[in-house]
Design a protein around this ligand. Structure first.
Ligand code: DP6
Length: 362
């Protein structure tokens, strides 16, 4: 079992002057939600997610050797333009990972990043963004320390991504990833995400996620603030215990292919996440009227047609509509005729389960 100290890099004898790497990393959508954390980005409960395929961040990291001083040195470009307001988050990330990657202060970095999904679509880019950056940093570490195994590369990338944004640790690998200790998931850890260890039933192969963009506005409450509110939440302990139970249940579902059970767990998790927000002090609501309209339409359609389509929610108003690949035609027909009218400017994104981060370095 790896512990935090196993991720502290060893002293290097190799000298690398400059170079660049490029990685893409996808977003992910949680089925059992991470909501609440302890110090050092340790989750209060285990979570499990589908890695997505199309919603991703592409990040190029160029590096050049400098005098090792006491500061991090980096420029940040978003879609080719300098982006000062993203810098504090990156600075904080570098500070958090410094002890595990002390070589970072030897270099000046240019981080050049863009998302495949529209800017300010209300889709969180922190998971894909932090995962893409972590992969690049690990590419540099591997140059310095070529003996590293591929498995360690991935685990440490996930470990570092977690320190940027918790859910980012689930974006390194596909197709289904667990983060957080769980008694029945072999190899699971609070420190990094691991691929779901059992064989997944064919029903979940290429599972579809159509993301309905209900509200593109800035969130009133950030996830980080929401996690903090779980500290004094009256239902926190029950919620954390429930997440463990739901993970046990969904593990069986993913192996056996029971779509009815899958829907029950996933929809209940989404509504529980939002009910935690509504019952914290201070309380808040991130769903919009159209979020509820869509949920009701999905329930009605499912009752009438028995097509196994369901929803989940992130910490926002957008709705992820989940369904198996073999009902894609019917589901898309329903979505485009009945649901798209509830989206801001009719916007939605078609995605599906994917394989994780991809290396584009030459
Ligand atoms: C509702 O990973 O964005 O999407 O660790 O503070 O960066 P930080 O939080 P973040 O929280 C995501 C919460 C969620 C549920 C989930 O993805 O499991």
């Amino acid at each position: 079992m790896l512990s935090e100290k196993d991720f502290i890099s060893k002293p290097f004898s190799t000298v690398i002057e400059n170079g660049s790497f490029q990685w893409s990393a996808p977003s992910n959508i949680a089925l059992v939600k991470y909501w609440g954390k302890k110090e050092h980005q340790i989750p209060a409960n285990p979570s499990i997610s589908f890695t997505l395929n199309n919603c991703k961040t592409i990040t190029k990291l160029a590096f050049a050797k400098k005098q090792n001083d006491s500061n991090f040195s980096f420029d940040l470009l978003f879609e080719g333009q300098p982006k000062e307001d993203f810098k504090p988050k990156i600075q904080k990330f570098l500070e958090r990972i410094e002890i595990y990657c002390p070589y970072l202060k030897d270099y000046h970095f240019t981080i050049d990043t863009e998302n495949s999904f529209p800017h300010s679509s209300g889709i969180a880019s922190s998971a894909s963004g932090m995962a893409a950056l972590a992969m690049n940093i690990m590419s540099l570490e591997r140059k310095l320390y070529p003996e590293m195994t591929q498995n360690f590369f991935n685990l440490k990338a996930s470990f570092l991504a977690r320190l940027g944004s918790g859910s980012a640790c689930r974006s390194v690998k596909g197709n289904i990833v667990v983060w957080g200790n769980h008694a029945e998931i072999e190899g699971s850890s609070d420190l990094f995400g691991v691929e779901f260890p059992a064989k997944i039933h064919d029903n979940f192969k290429n599972y579809q996620d159509t993301i309905l963009l209900v509200d593109k506005g800035e969130k009133q409450v950030s996830s980080t603030v929401g996690h903090d509110l779980m500290h004094h939440h009256p239902f926190a302990q029950q919620r954390f215990a429930q997440a463990h139970e739901n993970l046990s249940a969904i593990k069986k579902v993913l192996e056996k292919g029971d779509l009815t059970e899958f829907i029950k767990i996933v929809e209940s998790e989404a509504l529980t996440l939002h009910s935690m927000m509504m019952t914290s002090i201070p309380y808040f609501i991130l769903m919009k009227p159209n979020t509820l309209e869509i949920i009701n339409k999905i329930w009605q359609f499912r009752n009438e047609t028995k097509i196994p389509i369901c929803f989940t929610l992130d910490a926002g108003a957008n709705v992820h509509v989940l369904y198996p690949e073999n009902v894609r035609v019917e589901a898309m027909q329903f979505i485009t005729t009945e649901l798209v009218g509830y989206c801001q400017n009719g916007n939605y994104i078609c995605d599906q389960v994917g394989d994780g981060a991809i290396n584009f370095s030459i």
